[in-house]
Design a protein around this ligand. Structure first.
Ligand code: TRP
Length: 344
């Protein structure tokens, strides 16, 4: 049995407006975990600034992510919602992890390679060090479970490598000071349900993104009913009717994406959706999908708007969350600094 209590940590960057991808891939799945785990959900603003953010936009987007957590049903009394930059220990642990992680490990990160592209000499040093800060986010709270999308699995593996190397490198010091040999747990990814990866409505080979050039490619959590209906109606599909079996979606990425979105919204499987819609064309399926999306997202968007109109309430919730996060973070850092050999 592990000495660690099951604890969930996850974070979303306040960079641009939240999308249906953020909702289905992350926020919606954060909610049920509250029943089984102690949960800590963070607005990772220090991750956001690894690429340029207009200060006013960053400020508003930070509140938007917090409002989305709350509107979707995260309970800030039983669990913790906070803003990363308000808990200074994240940077402290990230620096120590910069000295544990190896250059070779970081250079293998595919997300960095994708984001930097040919421009790798001109991106920020922070973008390169990003996964080390992410490891610090998780391990500061000794989290055991991390709900993330597919694209973050490699970063979570790196987090495990850092935890393991820290435990090994400092094994003698850890033992000499009488701590449990595993200072850090090796956290597990939680990847559940269909449509953990929501694709662009215009191109079934690309992820649905906050920064897509076409606004028709992306459904935003705060889109109104008209916009949602219009975007699904115009979504790229194909002339064939929907198949009755999942295998029939192979080679039809746009169709598979829309069926996956429906399944995720309805908390069911793509096969169950095909049982209902197999044989029907997109002329029938798209309006049903739009209706379901409006039914689910509408009330959440309304609730988000209520929170965003009352920043004092949001601040009070976030400050309380930061205080409770800090209490855990301080305990971890006291232990880590002691183990590393820093003078008290
Ligand atoms: N890198 C994550 C993303 O882009 C965001 C993130 C930062 C995160 N720190 C985290 C996710 C810790 C889970 C746990 O989606």
């Amino acid at each position: 049995m592990s000495q660690f209590t099951p604890r969930v940590f996850s974070g979303i960057k306040p960079s641009g407006d939240l999308t249906l991808g953020n909702y289905l891939g992350a926020i919606k799945r954060f909610v049920p975990l509250q029943k089984t785990h102690e949960c800590i959900y963070c607005v990772v603003d220090m991750h956001a600034i690894t690429v340029w953010q207009e200060p006013e936009d960053l400020h508003e987007a930070t509140y938007e992510v917090a409002a989305a957590y709350l509107a979707a049903g995260v309970d800030p009394r039983e669990h913790v919602i906070f803003v990363q930059s308000q808990v200074v220990q994240h940077v402290e642990l990230a620096w120590i992890f910069n000295c544990v992680a190896r250059m070779g490990w970081m250079q293998r990160m595919t997300q960095f390679k994708d984001k930097a592209g040919k421009n790798s000499q001109n991106v920020s040093l922070g973008l390169f060090a990003y996964p080390s800060l992410m490891a610090a986010d998780i391990l500061l709270y000794k989290a055991t479970h991390v709900p993330v999308g597919e694209d973050q699995k490699q970063h979570l593996e790196l987090t495990r490598d850092i935890a393991q190397k820290f435990n090994n490198d400092f094994a003698r010091s850890i033992a000499a000071r009488g701590y449990d040999p595993e200072v850090f747990p090796l956290p597990e990814p939680v990847i559940t349900g269909p449509a953990t990866k929501v694709l662009s409505l215009r191109d079934g080979t690309k992820k649905m993104s906050k920064s897509d050039a076409s606004s028709m490619a992306t459904i935003y959590m705060m889109d109104d009913a008209d916009a949602i209906a219009r975007k699904f109606k115009k979504a790229k599909s194909d002339p064939e009717p929907l198949p009755s079996e999942e295998k029939g979606l192979e080679g039809r990425p746009e169709a598979a994406n829309l069926v996956g979105i429906y399944a995720a919204l309805a908390d069911t499987t793509p096969q169950a959706v095909l049982n209902q819609f197999g044989g029907q064309g997109f002329g029938a399926f798209k309006p049903a999908l739009a209706e379901l999306a409006v039914e689910q997202l509408g009330p959440i968007a309304d609730e988000m708007r209520r929170y965003l109109a009352d920043k004092a309430t949001l601040d009070a919730i976030l400050h309380d969350g930061a205080e409770r996060a800090r209490a855990i973070a301080r305990t971890t850092m006291d232990q880590v600094k002691d183990v590393v050999g820093f003078v008290k």
